[in-house]
Design a protein around this ligand. Structure first.
Ligand code: SF4
Ligand code: F3S
Length: 106
């Protein structure tokens, strides 16, 4: 499966959802996740993310391992998203900021 990681938080560009052939992205207030049981590993979304927040599970940096479980948990809770929308107005200023997990809204 592919996994959305920390740098998506408060950036949420949503370019990723447009290319997913199985519509397995789910949307929270300031973060998106991938449903691990629905992702078919096509890899199309990974290069689409301007924040480089999407990784294959087996290429996850050690600091981002816990996002695998978080994607699984939140994908069960949040609604599906299939169309790109405008990112938050301050998205660019959050790109690359460290330790954004504390800002995650559920
Ligand atoms: Fe969707 Fe493919 Fe990305 Fe999985 S790897 S989330 S199937 S676009
Ligand atoms: Fe997030 Fe990147 Fe998609 S910032 S919403 S994973 S395009």
């Amino acid at each position: 499966t592919f996994v959305v990681t920390e740098n998506c938080i408060k950036c949420k560009y949503t370019d990723c959802v447009e290319v997913c052939p199985v519509d397995c992205f789910y949307e929270g207030p300031n973060f998106l996740v991938i449903h691990p049981d629905e992702c078919i590993d096509c890899a199309l979304c990974e290069p689409e993310c301007p924040a480089e927040a999407i990784f294959a599970e087996d290429e996850l940096p050690a600091s981002q391992r816990h996002f695998l479980e978080l994607n699984a948990e939140l994908a069960e809770k949040w609604p599906v998203i299939t169309e790109k929308k405008d990112p938050p107005e301050d998205a660019e200023s959050w790109d690359g900021v460290a330790d954004k997990l504390s800002y995650l809204e559920r």
